[in-house]
Ligand binder design. Structure first.
Ligand code: GLN
Length: 482
């Protein structure tokens, strides 16, 4: 086992015991990145000099003391680029730390490296980056998922011990599933979004990618909590997310949403997920069939609400205050038009146009207002389901990682594959994906993710359940051959 294979918990123990220094950890990652990132293309930029200076000062007695953490390029770190993988923010440097970054620093971590994503987090494959596609470490001809594809691929490829991503409609859980790592979307309101470039503000949530559920809990402990700078962060007690790890599944009721086992799912995903659910049962969990009857509307509702909010959030990128600015505009209108025409990629433009349309005066009631009403029904589905069980268990993605370029011309097909992840964002509940096996395509092994969904602010319980499953398998130990 080499240094970059260590989990966060293992690395931290070695740092604390002075068997390793934070600089050793950083240097080992840098060597790994130099060796494999030309193929994986997970990182957009790194400021090694600053990271080394911070690592040299790190207090290893803190919970994440000396641990380098990769950051999705949509979360501000003072002095560093934050491009959102868009040309429109190419010249931008962040003037302040996001709250999650300040909290990571307070826990002793070293924010290190900027990770690729779909432009403004819009996409499911990381092909919408204006800079480079990221590749799946298990098969370099395939996508890593998205939008936090860089954050997932870096953890899977041992180019990071842990990373941060954001999940608006699955962007942490889906790439975690396709790359074979753990991805946790906290409850809406659990983690401050101050300093996160907003996509859809009623859905966005920051969370970690790690190789183990324990590490996910350690990361959540560091970033969770009420922040006066984000009025949507809730004043809930931040209990230790790792407190319940080690408890077994006896007496745990797991709900299986029948709408999540539909035709059209890849048979290899179905087999892996069904096997994993049986494993949970053999560990003592009680399985209950539950129904989420409004599931079929989730994709439509999400793509109305998310695009509506995006069209408003992205209005600020006008070339006046920051980022790219068109050359020699004729007048103000020409300045706005050309700045945005040149700065945004085609998926972002599609979302802005869709969002503007559903909010426009003649259509607001028919689309946006209606979508909000159905969103309430979707949330109600979960409340009803949680009356019968402690957590839900289901697939994370209906497919294995697909080939680069395979779906770029078919946005609808891309959107439909978000079916199992987006309802959790609409309902605001917490969810995570944990490795549960492999499928195979073209002679290559491709990871499958098992999703657990939990009640609001019940992350500790969710992690307990996922941990019990994880520890009864070896899936989380598998590493891609690069
Ligand atoms: N795939 C979804 C989308 O394209 C999810 C994005 C996200 O969670 N950021 O909107």
């Amino acid at each position: 086992m080499s240094l970059p294979d260590l989990s966060v918990a293992e690395l931290q123990a070695k740092l604390r015991a002075r068997e390793l220094t934070p600089l050793d950890a950083l240097d080992a990652l840098e060597a790994r990145i130099a060796a494999v990132d030309p193929q994986v293309q997970a990182y957009l930029s790194r400021d090694l000099e600053t990271a080394r200076a911070e690592a040299a000062q790190a207090d290893v007695s803190l919970p994440l003391g000396g641990v380098p953490i990769g950051i999705k390029d949509v979360i501000n770190v003072t002095g560093q680029p934050c491009t959102a993988a868009s040309k429109i923010l190419a010249p931008y440097r962040a003037p302040y730390d996001a709250t999650v970054i300040a909290k990571l620093r307070a826990a002793g971590a070293v924010p290190f490296g900027r990770l690729n994503l779909d432009e403004f987090a819009m996409g499911s494959s990381t092909e919408n980056s204006a800079y480079q596609p990221t590749r799946n470490p298990w098969d370099l001809t395939r996508i890593p998922g998205g939008s936090s594809g860089g954050s997932a691929a870096a953890v899977a490829a041992r180019e990071a011990f842990a990373t941060l991503g954001s999940d608006t409609g699955g962007s942490i859980r889906q790439p975690a599933a396709l790359c074979g790592c753990v991805g946790l979307k906290p409850t809406y309101g659990r983690v401050s979004r101050y300093g996160l470039i907003a996509f859809a503000s009623s859905l966005d949530q920051i969370g970690p990618f790690t190789r183990t559920t324990r590490d996910a809990g350690l990361m959540l402990n560091a970033i969770a909590g009420r922040d006066p700078r984000d009025s949507t962060s809730l004043d809930q007690p931040v209990n230790d997310a790792t407190a319940l790890l080690g408890r077994d599944l006896k007496g745990v009721r797991l709900g299986i949403p029948k709408e999540y086992f539909v035709d059209g799912m890849d048979p290899q995903v179905r087999t892996a997920v069904e096997t994993a659910i049986k494993q949970c049962e053999s560990l003592g969990a009680e399985l209950v069939e539950v129904s989420l009857p409004h599931t079929e509307f989730a994709v439509g509702v999400y793509y109305i609400i998310a695009t509506a909010e995006a069209s408003a959030n992205l209005a600020r990128f006008d070339g006046v205050r920051y980022g790219h600015r068109a050359d020699a505009p004729k007048d103000l209108l020409d300045h706005y038009k050309r700045t945005r025409e040149e700065g945004f990629g085609s998926e972002v433009k599609r979302r802005i146009i869709l969002g503007t349309y559903v909010l426009s005066s003649g259509y607001y009631d028919a689309y946006y207002l209606r979508a909000q009403k159905v969103r309430t029904l979707i949330r109600q589905d979960f409340t009803n389901a949680f009356a019968q069980c402690d957590a839900l268990v289901c697939p994370t993605s209906p497919d294995l990682a697909f080939k680069l370029g395979e779906r770029t011309d078919d946005p609808l097909r891309m959107y439909l594959a978000d079916i199992f992840t987006i309802a959790a964002n609409l309902a605001g509940i917490c969810g995570l994906s944990v490795p549960c096996g492999f499928g195979e395509a073209d002679g290559k092994k491709l990871p499958v993710g098992l999703q657990f969904l939990g009640q609001p602010f019940d992350e500790a319980r969710l992690l307990q359940i996922a941990h019990a499953y994880e520890q009864s398998t070896d899936w989380h130990l598998a590493a891609p051959a690069l």
